[in-house]
Ligand binder design. Structure first.
Ligand code: BGC
Length: 459
């Protein structure tokens, strides 16, 4: 690949992935901000829950409504509008006079997160050459993890006065404004342009990404994938698309129901369960978890187009199942000794590292790869809605589960789901490494079983 093209795709993916940074920042920031908001407005637990979950509700709705919008108005315009929503939400929440205002603006941020969480990977996958697609799309996940760490650090640094929560929210406007400005200069996705019959524009964008002599072939292949009628919701149920639909929703289920956000949202609580009495140590350990999440996502990006998606899923999910089992085991002991505390902390770190090389990036990558072009927007948004829906279920049931099943039982429950997930990957998930999006679609159309993609035609 020419140097110029490489710079172009990296710049494009990097700017679009700022949406991931906002996703991470705005989901992470609440963990610290809520402590102060709760005190300032004297909130009851149920209002606290509403403030925290406003983002999740917004995200489900944002993801649900914007699949069609992305197909209709294009990836670029939608990302610009989303970035504006992020900025409005951040500034609005920071200036809110009462808790109602905070809830309303956090809901707007949630809508932006819901839209961004699938538009960014979708857009990046459509401008990437196949041999770099895994790494470039996973830049988005890397930015999510960076956003989470930055939010933990900001919360930590600003935990000094009672009104500083306003700054915690307001700082989210900075990347949002950079995203608006950056996106204005980027090109629209060539695949979307072809779908709107803007072939001249599509050729111009492709010329920046692939060699001149490959452009016509690529155009034909994109046009070929558009021969069927424009995708409607009911087309998602056609027998040849169904396997991809199942894989997307199931991966959303396994990404969330194996407990990742109990760690992301409740890590300090878990460390306190484990007997760390000081808030400070618990928060510091949480920052450590965030940093491991970032570093291991870098490792994933390195391996994802080399080893492939499925080996990473097997390795990572096995690590997750083992560490969840160990966390459960430590909680099952009659009392937490010093050694057990160490086991818990190491298991949590091992868990996050395993997630970061597998289900973290690979869910978002796969849902940007496996759907046919004419229904891609809708299908991805469905998988994204499922992801946010499962996220909300886990977040709202974690504390109750620990009461009903016990702490050990809860983590073992997640471990069992993880083990089922490994079997699911073996039987149903395809290896998409090295295949162009059109090849993946072609394979799906032949109805030979999605899983055989990487097995019979691996390159
Ligand atoms: C998940 C989020 C999670 C984050 C943690 C993402 O892939 O969708 O729910 O908080 O990873 O890194």
């Amino acid at each position: 690949m020419k140097q110029g093209s490489k710079i172009f795709v990296f710049m494009t993916a990097g700017i679009a992935a700022l949406a991931g940074l906002l996703f991470g920042y705005d989901t992470g920031v609440i963990s610290g901000a809520i402590l102060f908001i709760k005190d300032q407005f004297k909130l009851t637990s149920s209002v606290v829950e509403t403030v925290v979950s406003a983002v999740l509700v917004g995200a489900v709705i944002g993801a649900a409504f914007s699949g069609a919008i992305t197909d209709r108005f294009g990836r670029k315009k939608v990302l610009i509008i989303t970035a504006l929503l992020f900025a409005i939400g951040a500034i609005g929440a920071s200036l809110a006079a009462n808790v109602g205002g905070i809830i309303a603006f956090r809901f707007i941020i949630g809508v932006a997160i819901g839209v961004a969480s699938y538009t960014a990977p979708l857009y990046i996958s459509e401008i990437s050459p196949p041999e770099m697609r895994g790494a470039l799309v996973s830049l988005n996940q890397l930015m999510i993890t960076c956003g989470i760490v930055v939010s933990y650090l900001v919360d930590y640094a600003l935990s000094v006065g009672s009104n500083e929560w306003r700054w915690m929210f307001a700082l989210g406007a900075i990347p949002a404004i950079i995203l608006v400005i950056g996106m204005v200069f980027l090109s629209e996705s060539p695949r979307w342009l072809v779908s709107r019959s803007m072939t001249a524009e599509a050729r111009t964008v492709l010329a920046r990404v692939i060699p001149q002599d490959k452009i016509e072939e690529e155009m034909r292949s994109i046009q070929g994938s558009l021969t069927t009628k424009k995708g409607l919701w009911k087309e998602l149920l056609q027998p040849w698309i169904r396997p991809a639909l199942v894989v997307g929703i199931a991966l959303a289920f396994f990404q969330q129901m194996t407990g990742i956000n109990t760690i992301i949202y409740y890590a300090p609580t878990i460390f306190e369960f484990a007997g760390f009495e000081s808030h400070k140590v618990a928060i510091l350990a949480t920052v450590g978890v965030g940093v491991v999440n970032v570093l291991m996502t870098v490792v994933a990006i390195w391996f994802i187009d080399r080893l492939g998606r499925k080996p990473l899923l097997y390795i990572g999910m096995t690590g997750m199942a083992i560490s969840l089992g160990l966390i459960g085991l430590a909680f099952n002991m009659p009392s937490m000794t010093g050694a057990l505390k160490t086991v818990t902390v190491l298991s949590v770190i091992f868990y996050i590292a395993s997630f970061a090389i597998s289900l973290g990036p690979i869910f978002w990558l796969m849902i940007a790869e496996i759907y046919p072009l004419n229904v891609r927007g809708r299908a991805m948004s469905l998988a994204t809605v499922a992801n946010w829906g499962f996220n909300a279920i886990v977040a709202s049931t974690f504390l109750t589960l620990t009461e009903k099943l016990g702490k050990a039982g809860t983590f073992w429950f997640y471990a069992v789901i993880c083990a089922i997930g490994i079997a699911f990957c073996y039987f149903y998930v395809p290896e998409t490494k090295g295949h162009s999006l059109e090849e993946i679609e072609e394979h799906l159309r032949k109805n030979k079983g999605l899983r055989s993609l990487g097995v019979t035609e691996a390159k």
